[in-house]
Design a protein around this ligand. Sequence first.
Ligand SMILES: *[C@@H]1O[C@H](CO)[C@@H](O)[C@H](O)[C@H]1NC(C)=O
Length: 249
Amino acid sequence: MSPANLILMLSVFTGAADGYYFSTWPQCIYSYPDFRDMVFILSLNFNKLMTVQFNSTVGKFVGYTEQGVKTAEYFNKDQAYLQQMRAEVDRFCRHNAEIYGLAICDKAVKPKVILSLVKKGDSGHPYLLRCSAYDFYPQQIKMYWLRDGRVVSDVTSSEKMANGDWYYQSHSELVFSPKSGERISCVVEHSSLTKPFIIDWKPPVHEFEWDFQLLSAVGDASAVLGIVIAAAGYIYYKTKTEKNLVAIY
Ligand SMILES: *[C@@H]1O[C@H](CO)[C@@H](O)[C@H](O)[C@H]1NC(C)=O
């Protein structure tokens, strides 16, 4: 290829002045592992403008520019071509998604989920709970909160990070004021799991519990035993309140 040709090609590909760039962009969009919501989209772009698009849900071409409308009309008259395009959602999308899906799914690694109380509030000050998912693959993960089974929409933060070793971690925090008897749960959805994983947090059983255990230790009148029981009580208290529930699987 001569340098002149190369420059011409570059200007075509970059859409620079005096160049034209036509592109066809097929897409398969889906969100369920069984592909039930699969959509096939074929976009025809001229320079930066989408002119015509086929959407398998619509089942025909739609034009978005003056020329695009004409092109769409032209394509839509061709029944054989339309049938072929309508079949692409199965032939092209589902077929390939199955192959990619298998390649990804058999490498999926379950997250280790930890629920921890970051900040213990009191009257007037909210609690801060953190739900962390570690060492999972692939990156796509969904984490959300339930209060007595209902989805909480005002989650303070949610972030995803690459570990740098092909695994990912993700954290979600919830600020809330606990009501007595209510159940707070963190839900994790990931392709490695056959069903959503739910981890529950229960409002702390107050300081009262630890005081009671300390008292019973003192009541025993044996210093050594007392210390042992107090230590056990303290550990119990720490685990119970600060890391209210820890599940690793
Ligand atoms: C495809 O068409 C459906 C139905 O009109 C629409 O809901 C969907 O957003 C379209 N998809 C794209 C990517 O335009």
